[in-house]
Write a protein that binds this ligand. Sequence first.
Ligand code: AP5
Length: 218
Amino acid sequence: MRIVLLGAPGAGKGTQCKRIVGKYSLAHMSSGDILRQERANGTDLGKEAQGYMDSGALVPDELIVAMMVKAINEGPSEGFILDGFPRTVNQASELDKSLAANGKKIDVVLNLEVNDQIIAERMGGRRSCPKCGAVYHLTNLKPKVDGVCDEDGETLIQRPDDNLDVVKKRLETYHEQTKPVVGYYKKSGVSVHDIDANHGADAVDVVICGILDKISAS
Ligand code: AP5
């Protein structure tokens, strides 16, 4: 299964991906995680992306498309879930062209819908592990020991782009440039599922698994 997971920043894309990848044998490809790794490694791409990411703007399409097409082509062939990509109609169209060149296509789009107030609360309380990328929340998803990653004991951090001003900018960017991607997929005939993701992570997980179970069984 080849899946695109859409949703605003902080909608819970990464949280849900981590829950479902094992069950459905999917490779999790997060454009944000790959960019943060490039930054941590001090690559040219990481340096170029830094300013865009820290201000809440999108990294230019040509850089992202090249990065993600490479990750997809080098990844496992059975199936994947794309998290944070595509984020513009142009990225979606370039992805379709690249998959079609290899006789492949996107099978399903999951669109997490969350209102902006809840988004602001989720991002304000998010804490991440700088080493393994595990994601927590100050109230919704606490680690066993405050401020410490359950997986590797690393001290949790707040992402620099989770401060209120940047969150506002990221939400504006989402509404202007990413929301139209939902319409792109609906027009192109891909099966798109709009999911009310204002609820807790367990409830959202149940809805997603219901959709994917049906597709797997068909
Ligand atoms: P990226 O890292 O992709 O950030 P994002 O899309 O803004 O998404 P987030 O990682 O912030 O949120 P999420 O939806 O994964 O939520 P999470 O599960 O963590 O991108 C960062 C930047 O990179 C972009 O701004 C851009 O500059 C650049 N970039 C990336 N891709 C690009 C592209 N394709 N093109 C151009 N530029 C690109 O959850 C958030 C919090 O809420 C957590 O604390 C979690 O515990 C909690 N939570 C999750 N679900 C629930 C729930 N159901 N109930 C309660 N709490 C919940």
